[in-house]
Design a protein around this ligand. Sequence first.
Ligand code: MG
Ligand code: ZN
Length: 216
Amino acid sequence: MEIKVLKDILDANKQIAARNRQWLDSEGVLAVNLMSSPGAGKTSLILATIKQLKGKIKIGVIEGDVSSSLDAETVGKEGVPVVQINTGGECHLDANMVSNALSNMPLPDVELLFIENVGNLICPASFALGEHKKVLISSLPEGDDKPFKYPLMFDIADVVVINKIDLLPYLKFDTDAFSRAIKGINKKVKIFPISCATGQGVQEWTSWLLNQMSRR
Ligand code: MG
Ligand code: ZN
């Protein structure tokens, strides 16, 4: 019974996600769903990206949080349009929440839309939002065992950003073993080692983004 209910919820979500996708396509917007555990650097990656691409492309941000608008305020200071979603307890964004946020986003002024999901490595993997690309951020302090603990998340990702690589000298983290584990789950995934703090590797990430946009 419970499985049937969950299937119905996910089916309904899929339909709304498909509508969101059509909407984004009609406006010429590339949407990227950013997922990670809390504190891995979703907001930091958005800020680092805005810093590099400001003036080149028009960026918009949907901020998903259980409560507060702290991240939205931080991102808003960069002068990009931001819409906050407070899920009121839900531990993931769903397509309906994103649909409401899209109504409040000036889409004609947006070419690249970041959707910052709620910090959580489990259910965001199951809820499509209408995004074109799914990006998982995994940071060094979380440890290199995450692909084994949350394989679905790594399986559905188009990109894995390994953040906080500036901490490598201080942590026991085997980047090669980590990348191998990811590739063992998902052969097609792109991996970008990055430090949002120092800017290392950010260029490769933004080049990938620009390349995705030029293909549309
Ligand atoms: Mg954040
Ligand atoms: Zn959830």
